[in-house]
Structures are given as C-alpha cells and as structure tokens.
Design a protein around this ligand. Structure first.
Ligand SMILES: *[C@@H]1O[C@H](CO)[C@@H](O)[C@H](O)[C@H]1NC(C)=O
Ligand SMILES: *[C@@H]1O[C@H](CO)[C@@H](O)[C@H](O)[C@H]1NC(C)=O
Ligand SMILES: *[C@@H]1O[C@H](CO)[C@@H](O)[C@H](O)[C@H]1NC(C)=O
Length: 337
C-alpha cells in the first residue's frame, strides 16, 4: 500500500532527494536519542513511584485505617493484684473492605486512655496491649484473652476505674502505630479510635432479693442475694468486696460479697453479713416487710486478704440505696440469674 505522500513523490517524477516523512523523522530521532529517552522514562517512573509511595500511598493507607470502626463486644479485667491484672477483649473492626480487602496490618501495641484526660496536653495511657496481625476484607474479629497487664501508672488506672464505676457513658481512646501492607507496598499508619462505652453508673439499681438468718455461723448472721445491674460489656473480677450496711444514717453492720465476678447484665450474687447488735436484725425484718431501702457502702476489696487499692478506691466512694425486696423476681415475672 502506498501513502499519499509516496504518490506525490512518484507523480513529480523525482527519485533522488526524497523528503523524509514525519514518521521517518520521528524514527530517526529515536534511533539517535533512544538512550536520552530511556533515561527520561526511567526518571519519570521513579518520580511517579516516589510520589505514589511517599505522597499518595501513605494518606490513602491512612484513610483506609481511619474509616474502620472498632466495636467492643466484651472486655474483661481478671486476676487483679495491686500491681497487675489480666485483660481480655473481644472486638470487631468493621470497614476494612473495598481497597482494604487485601490489606494486612502488622501486629502492634495499642494504648488505651480516657479520651478527655490529658496531662500537660498529653494523653495519659492507662494500659497498653497488643493487637494481633490482621487481614482486611470483611469484619476483623479481635479476640484477646488473659493479656497480662502490669500497672505502670496507678494514677491513670485509678481515674479509669473511678470513671468506669461512676459514669453512665464514657469515651475511651485507643492509639497506636502500625505498618499496613498493600500488595508489595507497605507504609506506616496511625491507629486512632475513640469508642463510646457504658459505665457502671454507681451500680444503680441494686436490690436485695433474698435474705436469710443464720444462727451459729462464724461467717455472719444474715445472708442473702443481691442483684447488681451491670450495664457495661465489662466483666470485672472484684475479689472479696467489703460492705458497710446502714439504715437511715445508723450503722447496722458489715458484710462481704465473696469472690465477686461482676458479669454484664442483671445477676444476683450471694452476700453474708454481721448485723449487730441483735435488735438490728429485727429492724432489718421491718425494712424487708416494708420493702424499704438500706444504704450500702464499701470499705474496699481484697483477694486472699490482700487489699487491691485501684479497685477499692472507686468502691469506697460508692453509697447505694438498696431496697430489700424478696418479691423482686415475682413482681418482674422473671427468674433469678
Ligand atoms: C454451734 O456450732 C458448734 C460447732 O459447729 C457446735 O459445737 C455448737 O454446739 C453449736 N451451737 C449451737 C447453739 O448450735
Ligand atoms: C437490668 O435491669 C434494669 C432495671 O430493672 C433494666 O432497665 C435493664 O434493661 C436490665 N438489663 C438487662 C440486661 O436485663
Ligand atoms: C472491711 O471491713 C471488714 C470488717 O471490719 C473487714 O473484715 C475487711 O477486711 C475490710 N475489707 C477491706 C477490703 O478493707
């Protein structure tokens, strides 16, 4: 096939001094300068890579992390001592989908803190725990059991325990830094999440649902069951919680809920008390008949006779109005749990 310019050359009858076509000129140029173009191309690729790796990928990767949300299904604080406890967490990270489907994040330590407690403008972490390596694509289930936590900042933990005891709702922040892998590329990202959690609300709603008199029992003369509502997702091993029982401002005696493991929901726990002197036992019977309320405070908690300060402090500030209502479950039409 001949091009129109070839035809022009033939028509004019010229054989020599052929004008190069545009295509031929371009080819000739590249034959001579290929190396310069190759260098330019390589420089271009490197610039694109640098922009992508340092300029585009990190913010994109950060956005992938930022748009995830963490919901905490369950939290547990067990085996408390004065200097340590064990932490459990069952959470779900949602939103790691779309471009994050094939993303992998390295395991990393995350710091937990109260969202609004800052010291000199810095957040003050309560504790640190490891988040395992995770893959994107659907919900990421984070289940951690019995993570040993040593208490490094007692003041911060005190604040956390008090907030948990006293609040209806609380905001907890989680912060960390990890590496995200997107195929062959990896980049560092910040993990920064604030979670709204329910608090224990001063254990409001406690009810003594059962009480029995004990004779000749060294552990006490009045025992029973107390319903303690726990609206949180947190299970807390509290130890032997000491009780201070009074009625209309007058002390009635002391008691204990042994080995209290406060579970989420409304559950009953056994207690034993020393009501003294004896005529207070009669008064107690009157309170029960009238479905009247006692005032119950605490002198803290201990495990194997050793006091746990960070759990005791919030308990010691507690003062709850607790009715004696042995018909509680009958009235509610539910069975005790
Ligand atoms: C009380 O218990 C002790 C030991 O279990 C027994 O020896 C004693 O007889 C009991 N007293 C009464 C009044 O039941
Ligand atoms: C616990 O009891 C309170 C008060 O009766 C009620 O509002 C709440 O829904 C109950 N919670 C559960 C988990 O049953
Ligand atoms: C609370 O008081 C009772 C009675 O005085 C005592 O036996 C118990 O050890 C105290 N508990 C704590 C944790 O101080």
């Amino acid at each position: 096939m001949s091009t129109s310019s070839d035809r022009k050359v033939e028509e004019a009858g010229h054989i020599s001094h052929v004008q190069l076509t545009r295509g031929q000129r371009v080819k000739a140029h590249f034959r001579k300068w290929w190396w310069a173009h190759l260098i330019n191309f390589c420089v271009f690729v490197v610039v694109v890579m640098i922009v992508a790796v340092y300029g585009i990928i990190p913010p994109v990767a950060q956005k992938l992390i930022d748009k995830t949300t963490l919901s905490i299904n369950a939290f547990s604080i067990t085996s408390p001592t004065g200097t340590s406890f064990k932490l459990g967490m069952d959470g779900t990270i949602k939103g790691a989908t779309g471009p994050a489907d094939h993303a992998v994040i390295d395991s990393f330590p995350v710091k937990l803190f109260l969202d609004d407690v800052r010291v000199n403008g810095d957040i003050r972490p309560i504790l640190e725990f490891p988040v395992p390596k995770a893959h994107g694509g659907g919900d990421i289930h984070v289940l951690q059991n019995d993570i040993p936590i040593s208490i490094t900042d007692e003041g911060a933990l005190d604040q956390y325990a008090s907030r948990l005891m006293d609040s209806v709702e609380m905001r907890v922040g989680l912060r960390g830094r990890t590496t995200i892998h997107l195929g062959a590329i990896h980049t560092d990202v910040n993990y920064n999440e604030v979670v709204q959690l329910k608090g224990l609300n001063k254990l409001t709603g406690m009810v003594i649902t059962k009480y029995t008199l004990h004779t000749n029992n060294s552990e006490g003369n009045v025992g029973g069951d107390v319903l303690i509502p726990n609206p949180t997702v947190t299970t807390i091993e509290m130890g032997d919680v000491g009780l201070k029982i009074s009625y209309k401002g007058a002390a009635m005696g002391t008691g204990v809920i042994k080995n209290l493991i406060l579970k989420p929901g409304n559950h009953t726990y056994g207690f034993m008390s020393h009501i003294t002197p004896d005529d207070n036992i009669l008064k107690l019977a009157t309170v029960a008949i009238q479905k009247d309320s006692l005032t119950i405070g605490s002198n803290g908690t201990s495990i194997n006779g050793v006091k746990i300060p960070w759990l005791s402090k919030p308990l010691e500030t507690m003062e709850s109005t607790v009715p004696i209502n042995t018909d509680y479950f009958k009235e509610k039409g539910i069975s005790p749990s």
